[in-house]
Design a protein around this ligand. Sequence first.
Ligand code: NAG
Length: 314
Amino acid sequence: MAEGNQTVIFQFLLLGLPIPTEHQQLYYALFLLMYLTTVLGNLIIIILIRLDSHLHTPMYLFLSNLSFSDLCFSSVTMPKLLQNMQSQDSSITYAGCLTQMYFFLLFGDLESFLLVAMAYDRYVAICFPLHYMSIMSPSLCVSLVLLSWVLTTFHAMLHTLLMARLSFCEDNVIPHFFCDMSALLKLSCSDTHVNELVIFVTGGLILVIPFVLILVSYAQIVSSILKVPSARGIRKAFSTCGSHLSVVSLFYGTIIGLYLCPSADNSTVKETVMAMMYTVVTPMLNPFIYSLRNRDMKGALARVICKKKVFFCL
Ligand SMILES: *[C@@H]1O[C@H](CO)[C@@H](O)[C@H](O)[C@H]1NC(C)=O
């Protein structure tokens, strides 16, 4: 297969996390626990929303989509990381690496778009409460979700195809725990200018536009509350937007921390820690943020459990 003096790389080595060997087992247990919590928490949310008809509102259908996306997002990286921590062989095939990168981008972007859809939903709910049901019709919700899927599929595909053009030479060690796009670009021995330009442009669009849209809808919400300030209105706004705002801050907070804060010389460790934050911690916390303070979710849980054990509850 290799022609001329160019070697073809069939597999990469994932260097994993910068953890001292004596602590490997401790961290393994910790990450396993976090991953299982993520899977379980998000599955419970999806099942609960599916089963309880009180939760068949746009907000909860979006939340269910967000949980699905969280579940997939952490499943793209975590199982492989856990497997590599246990086995001595930390290789990943070239195709596996590109596949991981594709799904990482797909579900990461999907989350960003779903957060916009949810912000729009809150904006309509607070600023046009009387027209909420007619504006947020089932067809609009389905269209918003479909549009998110189409845009992120296209975006992830674009980067994956651009990456597939590049050739890799001797160096095949990725100093990361998954096939991160920028880590792969650094390894490549081809010209990566086009890739960098596309990352810069689309990355800006895909992160900045959703962020601005979310800010705009919250600005509208705040100004509509300030127009008729009442304790009840403020409480209502906080109770319906609080969870969403926490998730948004968590999601964009880590991204802004990662890309905008000046990084010191030892940036690999910082990058890995931040990547850990958004691949593991954010997807794990989302279900808790939405369910702990939420009366609807607690009520739904009680109803679903009671329906199954009807005799105990009566
Ligand atoms: C995602 O949202 C759409 C539209 O609201 C809904 O029909 C669908 O059931 C949701 N999917 C999941 C997995 O919750």
